[in-house]
Design a protein around this ligand. Structure first.
Ligand SMILES: [Zn+2]
Length: 250
C-alpha cells in the first residue's frame, strides 16, 4: 500500500488521471476491474475510482464506514485517487443534474480511459451508472458545457463485463494482481465480516475467495492465463502486427 494524495481535495486540484473507473457502489470495482486498475497502476499510470453511491441502502455498516473501507481498498489497488459522490443508493437516476455533475468531474480529472459497468445487469444502479457515465463522457467534450473548465472527452470507454455473461472483447491477465484485489475486497469488513457472522446474504471469506477466484479463472482460461478480468468495447479493436498477436488459436 502507498500513501495517496489528499482525496478530499477539490476536483480542480487533482492531477489528471490516465484511467478512471466509475462505479455505482463501493466494492463494485474490487469485484469487476480491480486487478486491471492495479496492473495499470503498477505499469505507472495514474488511476482513480469514482463511486456514485455510498451503499446507504445496505443492511450492514454505515455509508461513512463504507467510504472509509473503500479508501483502504483503494490503497491495496494503488489508486491515486478515490471519491464518493454519495448519490442515493438503489435509486440512481439518469437526470440532467447527474449527467452534468459527472461531466464536470470528467472535465476536471481528464481521464484518457474510463471504465464503466456493463450496460445491462440485474441491479438497476449498475446499468444506470453505465448510462450516466457514458452520457457524462460525451457531454464533457462539449466546449460550451461550462465556462471554467476546458472540454475533455476520454479516448476510450471500457465496459467491465465480469457479471454480464457476454463474450468479452478482451481479457486482462490479472494473475499477479488477484491476491491484492482479494485483499481490497475484504477491506470492506462491514460487508465481508468474519465467518461466524456469515449467512446466505453475507458469505464467509472462503466463499467469497472461491467465488471470485472461480470467475477470474474462467476468464483467464479464455486467454490461456490463470486469472483474468473481461471487458467489452463497442468499437472494433485495431491490430497492426498480425504476427505478434497474443492468445493461441490451436
Ligand atoms: Zn454494485
Amino acid at each position: 500500500m502507498h500513501e495517496a494524495e489528499d482525496w478530499n481535495a477539490p476536483f480542480e486540484n487533482v492531477r489528471p488521471l490516465d484511467v478512471l473507473a466509475i462505479a455505482a457502489h463501493p466494492d463494485d470495482v474490487e469485484q469487476t476491474c480491480g486487478g486491471t486498475l492495479l496492473r495499470a497502476a503498477e505499469t505507472g499510470y495514474r488511476t482513480g475510482i469514482l463511486d456514485l453511491t455510498a451503499g446507504d441502502m445496505g443492511s450492514r455498516g454505515t455509508p461513512e464506514l463504507r467510504i472509509e473501507e473503500s479508501k483502504t481498498a483503494a490503497r491495496h489497488l494503488l489508486a491515486a485517487w478515490r471519491h464518493n459522490l454519495r448519490w442515493p443508493d438503489a435509486r440512481l437516476e439518469n437526470t440532467i443534474t447527474a449527467r452534468m455533475t459527472l461531466a464536470g468531474v470528467v472535465r476536471r480529472l481528464r481521464p484518457g480511459v474510463v471504465i464503466l459497468p456493463y450496460w445491462t445487469g440485474r441491479h438497476p444502479d449498475h446499468y444506470r451508472a453505465s448510462e450516466i457515465g457514458y452520457e457524462a463522457c460525451f457531454l464533457a467534450g462539449l466546449r460550451r458545457l461550462e465556462e471554467d473548465t476546458p472540454p475533455h472527452r476520454p479516448f476510450k470507454i471500457l465496459y467491465s463485463s465480469l457479471y454480464a455473461n457476454v463474450a468479452p472483447s478482451f481479457v486482462v491477465d490479472i494473475s499477479r494482481q488477484l491476491e491484492a484485489r482479494m485483499a481490497a475486497l475484504l477491506s470492506y469488513t462491514s460487508q465481508y465480516g468474519d465467518s461466524s457472522e456469515a449467512s446466505d446474504l453475507f458469505p464467509s471469506h472462503a466463499e467469497v475467495r472461491e467465488r471470485l477466484a472461480s470467475i477470474a479463472r474462467f476468464y483467464g482460461n479464455l486467454i490461456g492465463v490463470k486469472y483474468g478480468e473481461p471487458f467489452v468495447v463497442k468499437e472494433t479493436m485495431q491490430v497492426d502486427d498480425i504476427v505478434n498477436l497474443p492468445v493461441r488459436s490451436i
